[in-house]
Design a protein around this ligand. Structure first.
Ligand SMILES: Cc1ncc(C[n+]2csc(CCOP(=O)(O)OP(=O)(O)O)c2C)c(N)n1
Length: 342
């Protein structure tokens, strides 16, 4: 347990594993973080079942194993900031105010979903909640977010953009262009690379000669930080430091979150190409189990509170699925509404 804030010097690589800022998180905040981690896992679990029942359309991309990264990072933002998640970060949208009911409606292509039944189910955003919808072309989100961050800088607004990229996504041209631009202009941008070891079926070693993706930060002259992506408090801590840095005009940070993709690329994929032993090793580092232990050791969580949270989540999921199933389909004549600027 260290007492200083993590220092984000350019090209400093630190494996942060202590919880100095955590002292700032109150008991009810820690329990809320735990609740969101359990909620997104319950959403993922139910979505996987609904997919197998043929009730969901398009791909279902699970964030199983990524809960600490998605929720710990989103927790570090202020209301006025912008969040631009990718396929593994639906958990981050819950922190911004997304609801299970609208998420299931989105997955089912219903009119009550975030995009009112249009586009791929994954592409959900809500500008009122400061959430930019994921963009499928990998790397594109970094460029868009650099642009948003530039607008904040030009308007002298003390706002920050937080976005994500997969390990595979860091090898795209657009990623480099966006990162370079953000570095040159010292933009208020925080980029979290979810290094979950696989880009679809391609292991890290087959798509880059780098061992630590954080080394990419050197190319842009910006701070790079490595974090244990299965430790929600460590993720919160490094993101909070990076967000504060960005807000105070010191420019972007690149964070490599080391974690593991515990399911296939999406639910159609059984990930036969991932060694079982690797999954077993990572299962022992499950982010929810770890946080549960931390909360118990610190006497923040006990059996009664845990069961209250689990019962609440079960009820919320049931009601959300009911809402989505009972929601109407979009009308054909609405197909072009909200697609182009009016
Ligand atoms: C430019 C581009 N190339 C290829 C794809 C197809 N594609 C979608 S997701 C994906 C794998 C992404 O892997 P990674 O960035 O590591 O993220 P992960 O899915 O592992 O979280 C690929 C190749 C794409 N969407 N965009």
């Amino acid at each position: 347990m260290g007492e200083q804030k993590p220092e984000l010097n350019s090209q400093t690589l630190v494996l942060l594993h202590f919880h100095s800022l955590i002292m700032n998180l109150k008991k009810d905040e820690l329990l809320k973080i735990y609740y969101y981690m359990k909620l997104i896992r319950a959403i993922d679990d139910r979505a996987s079942k609904l997919y197998r029942q043929g009730k969901l359309y398009g791909g279902v991309y699970s964030g199983w194993g990524n809960e600490a990264t998605a929720i710990g990072s989103a927790w570090a933002l202020e209301k006025e900031d912008i969040l631009a998640p990718l396929q593994r970060d639906v958990g981050a949208t819950l922190v911004r105010g997304f609801t299970p009911a609208k998420i299931f409606a989105q997955y089912m292509g219903k009119k009550t979903g975030y995009t009112r039944g249009k586009d791929l189910n994954l592409h959900m955003g809500d500008l009122k909640l400061g959430v930019i919808a994921p963009i499928s072309m990998l790397g594109e989100t970094i460029v868009v977010c650099s642009g948003i961050a530039l607008s904040f800088k030009l308007r002298r607004e003390k706002r920050v953009v937080l976005t994500y990229i997969g390990d595979g996504g860091t090898s795209t041209g657009l990623f480099h262009e966006g990162m370079n631009f953000a570095g040159v202009h010292k933009l208020p941008l925080v980029v979290i690379c979810e290094n979950n070891q696989y880009a679809y079926s391609t292991p890290l070693s087959k798509q880059t000669a780098l061992v630590d993706l954080v080394d990419r930060a050197k190319a842009y002259g910006i701070p790079g930080v490595v974090v244990d992506g299965n430790d929600v408090l460590a993720v919160y801590e490094v993101t909070k430091a990076a967000v504060e840095n960005a807000r105070s005009g010191k420019g972007p940070t690149f964070i490599e979150s080391k974690t593991m993709r515990m399911r296939g690329h999406a639910e159609h994929d059984d990930a036969f190409y991932v060694p079982k032993q690797l999954l077993e090793e990572w299962a022992k580092k499950d982010p929810i189990d770890r946080f549960e232990k931390y909360l118990r050791n610190h006497k923040i969580l006990n059996k009664t509170i845990q069961s209250e949270i689990e019962t609440r989540i079960e009820k919320e999921i049931e009601e959300a699925v009911q809402f989505a199933e009972n929601s109407p389909w979009p009308e054909p004549e609405e197909a072009l509404e909200g697609v182009y600027a009016d």
